[in-house]
Design a protein around this ligand. Structure first.
Ligand code: CA
Length: 737
């Protein structure tokens, strides 16, 4: 493990390059798992209290009433309460004492992929998830590991996860813990032991569906969707009886082949907004993350995803809104019947999902108190809707937006910028497919009246993929990913990287304007938590975990986690002590695909659960210095034509996992720094599937031997440029001194 860490005394800009080189190459996933439980501090509470019977009996109390009116110290559902505000009434930790926060305990997950889960805490028992859909139970106070459930997801299924083999958490209900697995199963576990009570397959396993979202439980039904729209699927959300696993209903987001008949009138209406043969690729509209429930109105709100393929000219030639893509749909929770919908991006062509976090609250809009649902979806506009009927009350851009000038409140529709259509010419567009905001949870503080958004500032060059043809199970966006490749010039490459940023936006939802922001040093920062103590908690991509004042954004405390944090924190209380927990582990779509090297403080790949309290005295091991040796790339012997062909193929088949330009962003090995052995084994890995059990399947079905050699030549070319880049960085660092 010693090789995965930050060297002391090196300049950041050099450090991140070297980490990209070594941290990634040296700390690959075949390393043995880190030792499990570490509970350096005991609270004096006997661990015997957490027998399986005791755990089961605590979780047995969780039902709809408990979730509606949780104990202040509990965190019983994904967004803490059904309204998904992620605001805690706890105030023992507050603006006066946040600087006294310290680590209470930590636990190594032994994984090296992204961690995105929101832990659930029930009366001092914590349930969370890790990579490959594993579920962990801990004594929340002591950190004592109680059990792990590993669903043994076949590693080759990881290829279908556009955005890493992540999981955003469990649901708990009446003595059981529920998880959706990457390969499409919904599993009910005995909360006491972690043993499965029942399991059901929620997908057609011949299609590349994946589950990464956290289930919600509403009126005794477990609600779960899935992802896969980048590869070619038809989106839906389903409800299963929490007791038996029997399917209660399914809501399809987009229509199938009309010749097969429609699942309901709502699908017939939707089909009128589509053209061509969209069902071949699938149409998309996957429900991969957000939901909220209003018990008073008895409405379940579900966010739907982008089109499949992204490019609307290929998906629905001749136009159409393509219902119900990129929408908020309000469903009757007992039947899945559609009550209303609001489409944020009609005829989406940019991967602008509306699967982002939705929050329910009441706001005074035009002097009238309204029950609202608010969302900051990927498309860059912050929406306030009347949640009784889906009426648009207001929408304003919360990040720079180039694809539309504004949203017309009268029609409820965005006014598209005609120049944003990339059919003829590539168009530099904001937001990127990463969105102005992605899955990272927001929070709403009723105390400040502000919604806090983990915002992304990332431009992206969209262009038509003129060679697009549907290849089942492959990347099927009909967007030319080659345009994301870095330029051949190292100075331009550095300049492009500098355009990619992120910030924490404090958004006033009534006046639809930014109250203030905290500018971060890089993009893809963590989800948010607000508390009655006047605090905002956020982990960052630079490896720090921080507390800010919720009223003005002042930084009050921060501590290194040594890995980028993307998940949202939770807070809870047990035996009169307030704690804050966050799951730390860098990854997700940006960590795989962006081609932006990891930041200075993001130095280890191993994931951890971190729990803090006032006066906590546990210490994380400080990563030791790393070995500075870098392998020399082999000589570049291929022709420029071959390298260009390899660049094109790399961005068609490899870059969504291995990074634009073969630059690792910190999750997988940096291919520019492959060692001699890996170079020698290249063909066997890429076409032969030698690393299939590590999640790298063979590509012989789409790549000929000469094509794989061209990809190899391109990577060698990039390795030579990486050395040039490093020399430039060292020279710049020296001239700064
Ligand atoms: Ca997507």
């Amino acid at each position: 493990m010693a090789v995965c860490t930050q060297p002391s005394g090196l300049r950041p800009s050099i450090v991140f390059l070297i980490l990209a080189a070594l941290g990634l190459g040296a700390c690959s996933s075949e390393e043995p798992a880190a030792p499990a439980a570490t509970a350096p501090e005991r609270s004096g509470v006997s661990t015997a209290r957490l027998t399986p019977d005791e755990i089961r009996s605590r979780v047995a109390k969780v039902d709809g009433d408990a979730i509606r009116n949780p104990r202040p110290g509990d965190w019983l559902t994904h967004g803490r309460t059904y309204d998904e505000q992620r605001h805690s009434p706890l105030d023992q930790i507050n603006t006066d004492n946040a600087a006294e926060l310290g680590l209470a305990w930590y636990w190594d997950t032994g994984t090296t992929r992204g961690l995105q889960a929101t832990p659930i805490v029930v009366d001092g028992v914590m349930f969370t998830t890790g990579s490959w859909s594993a579920v962990y139970a801990h004594d929340a106070v002591t950190g004592e590991h109680l059990w792990t459930y590993d669903p043994e997801v076949p590693r080759e299924w990881g290829k279908y996860a556009c955005c890493d083999v992540v999981n955003r958490g469990v649901a708990v209900w009446k003595g059981r813990v529920y998880v959706g697995t990457l390969d499409g199963r919904l599993v009910a576990l005995d909360a006491g032991t972690g043993q499965p009570d029942w399991e059901t397959l929620t997908i057609d396993p011949t299609r590349p569906y994946t589950i990464t979202g956290a289930p919600r439980i509403v009126k005794g039904n477990v609600i779960i969707g899935n992802g896969g729209a980048e590869y070619g699927v038809r989106g839906y959300v389903s409800a299963y009886d929490a007791e038996t696993g029997e399917k209660a209903w399914r809501f399809w987001v987009v229509p199938g082949n009309p010749a097969d008949g429609f699942e309901g009138e709502y699908m017939e209406r939707a089909a009128e907004t589509w053209r061509g043969e969209w069902w071949e690729v699938g149409g998309g509209g996957t429900v991969w993350d957000s939901m909220a429930y209003d018990p008073e109105l008895d409405l379940l709100y579900v966010g739907t995803g982008n089109g499949s393929p992204w490019n609307r000219h290929e998906r629905s030639p001749g136009g159409g809104d393509n219902l119900y893509l990129s929408s908020i749909v309000a469903l009757q929770p007992d039947t899945g019947e559609l009550v209303w919908y609001y489409q944020t991006t009609p005829g989406d062509s940019w991967d602008y999902t509306a699967t982002q976090h939705m929050i329910l609250t009441e706001l005074i809009v035009h002097d009238e108190r309204r029950k609202v649902i608010v969302q900051a979806p990927k498309n860059g506009f912050f929406y306030v809707l009347d949640r009784t009927n889906g009426e648009l009350l207001s929408a304003e851009a919360y990040v720079p937006v180039t694809w539309a000038s504004h949203v017309d409140v009268e029609t409820g529709r965005p006014v598209e910028n005609p120049a944003a259509d990339y059919m003829e010419e590539p168009v530099l567009t904001q937001p990127a497919p990463y969105g102005g905001h992605n899955w990272h949870p927001m929070t709403y503080s009723p105390d400040t009246g502000l919604v806090y958004i983990p915002a992304l500032d990332i431009p992206f060059m969209f262009g038509q993929d003129n060679a697009f043809r549907y290849q089942p199970g492959e990347w099927n966006t009909a967007v030319e990913m080659l345009l994301a490749a870095p330029p051949g010039d190292v100075n331009e490459e550095l300049a492009n990287r500098a355009l990619v940023k992120g910030h924490l936006a404090a958004w006033d939802p009534v006046n639809q304007r930014e109250a203030w922001r905290v500018q971060h040093s890089g993009s893809w920062n963590g989800g948010l938590l607000s508390t009655a103590g006047g605090l905002l908690f956020q982990g960052r991509a630079d490896g720090m975990f921080a507390a800010y004042r919720a009223d003005d954004g002042e930084l009050l405390w921060e501590t290194p986690a040594y890995t980028g944090i993307i998940a949202a924190p939770v807070t809870w209380e047990q035996d009169g002590v307030q704690y804050v927990t966050v799951v730390a582990g860098w990854g997700g779509a940006f960590g795989l695909a962006s081609g932006i090297p990891p930041q200075e403080g993001n130095v280890i790949r191993e994931g951890r659960i971190l729990t803090f309290k006032l006066g906590g005295e546990a210490r994380l091991p400080v990563p030791p210095p790393l070995d500075m040796g870098l392998p020399e790339p082999p000589p570049l012997t291929a022709s420029a034509e071959t390298v260009a062909e390899g660049e094109q193929l790399f961005h068609a088949y490899c870059s969504v996992c291995h990074g634009a330009g073969a630059v690792s962003s910190g999750v997988l090995a940096d291919l520019r720094y492959m060692d001699e052995q890996t170079h020698a084994a290249f063909e066997g890995i890429v076409r032969g599937g030698a690393y299939q059990d590590r999640g790298m399947p063979g590509f012989s079905h789409v790549l000929e031997r000469e094509q794989s050699a061209a990809v190899h030549a391109y990577i060698i070319k990039r390795a030579h440029l990486a050395h040039e880049l490093r020399e430039l960085e060292i020279a710049q660092a020296a001239s700064d001194d």
